[in-house]
Design a protein around this ligand. Structure first.
Ligand SMILES: O=C(O)[C@H](O)CO
Length: 322
């Protein structure tokens, strides 16, 4: 086969590249995945590709698809979420789209538990006070919230939400709740009870956001829903920043209307270093690193390469979105 495959970001591992290079010509488009310049470079060079590996957070829009051209036969996203891809436009063009299903679940769930502990046990204030020589301010400022005996509410009991519950089984949690569009058959075995979002927010000591970002879930945590949460509650977001109205969260945290938040995802990404949410001692923010392990990077690259090769041969993809 002599196909042209474009990869939208140079941070694409050799294991995937080796698979592709056996049968296709492969071109990297850009390096700075977040910068405006990288988007310009993508737009300037994407014309004529047969396969496209979208391993960037830039939105994949109608404009980019038009620039790529009508010969484009297959797209593979290296992400688990695909809210940055205009699915309607991809579908309209009849291009198969694959994604990295299930790869990140365990790693993201690990980070969810890490954020629960970091936020509930005041790690940020702890580090600030330790490094600034204020350790001896007394003991009150160090007092956090326990996981033992708590109620944990998972918004979205998909594979990541389920992995969070499995991890927390060793923490002596009193009750697990979840809410979501559909009844999950796994919930029974895991011992998780389905409730409404309102009930989950009212009863949970920990609220973990693990659902996809859609029109329906956009800013589901907002000024109103924050008011439903306990004053002692900890909010953890390992899904997408857009699930939260960040201004409303800032106010709630600043006024101690909830206890703390642990966020692996924010709006925008990357977040400017002088953003007000970063100034809060009770908000622990990490840079969207839930799925960031070496092993995941390689697995995602292999799945993406296999999907491209299957798509170029007109065969069904491993994990099709469309
Ligand atoms: O969706 C994913 O794959 C992760 O959040 C990284 O973007």
């Amino acid at each position: 086969m002599s196909f042209q495959v474009y990869i939208a970001n140079k941070r694409y591992p050799a294991v995937g590249l080796d698979l592709l290079r056996k049968t296709t010509q492969t071109t990297f488009l850009t390096y700075l995945e977040y910068g405006e310049d990288s988007l310009k470079e993508i737009k300037n060079n994407i014309k004529g590709c047969d396969g496209l590996i979208w391993n960037t957070h830039h939105p994949l829009t109608a404009e980019i698809l038009d620039l790529a051209g009508p010969q484009l036969k297959v797209i593979s996203s290296t992400s688990t979420g695909f809210d940055h891809i205009d699915l309607g436009e991809v579908k309209k063009r009849g291009i198969p789209l694959g994604y990295a299903r299930l790869v990140l679940n365990n790693s993201v769930a690990d980070v969810a538990v890490g954020l629960m502990i970091a936020a509930a046990r005041r790690f940020k204030e702890g580090v600030i006070n330790t490094e600034s020589g204020n350790w001896e301010l007394g003991t009150q400022w160090r007092l956090g919230q326990d996981i033992t005996g708590s109620t944990v509410g998972i918004v979205g009991l998909g594979s990541i939400g389920q992995a969070v519950v499995r991890r927390l089984k060793g923490f002596d949690v009193a009750k697990f709740l979840y809410c979501g569009r559909r009844e999950k058959p796994e919930a029974k075995t895991l011992g998780v009870q389905r409730v409404s979002l309102e009930q989950l927010l009212a009863e949970s000591d920990y609220v973990i956001l693990a659902c996809p970002l859609t029109d329906e879930t956009k800013e589901l945590i907002n000024a109103n829903t924050l008011k439903m949460m306990k004053k002692t509650a900890v909010l953890v977001n390992i899904a997408r920043g857009g699930l939260v109205d960040q201004d409303a969260l800032y106010e709630a945290l600043k006024e101690n209307r909830i206890f703390a938040a642990g966020l692996d995802v924010v709006t925008p990404e990357p977040i400017p270093k002088d953003h007000k949410i970063l100034s809060l001692p009770n908000c622990f923010v990490t840079p969207h690193m839930g799925g960031a392990t070496m092993s995941n990077l390689n697995t995602k690259a292999i799945i993406a390469a296999k999907n491209i090769l299957l798509g170029l041969e007109g065969k069904p993809l491993l994990y099709p979105v469309i």
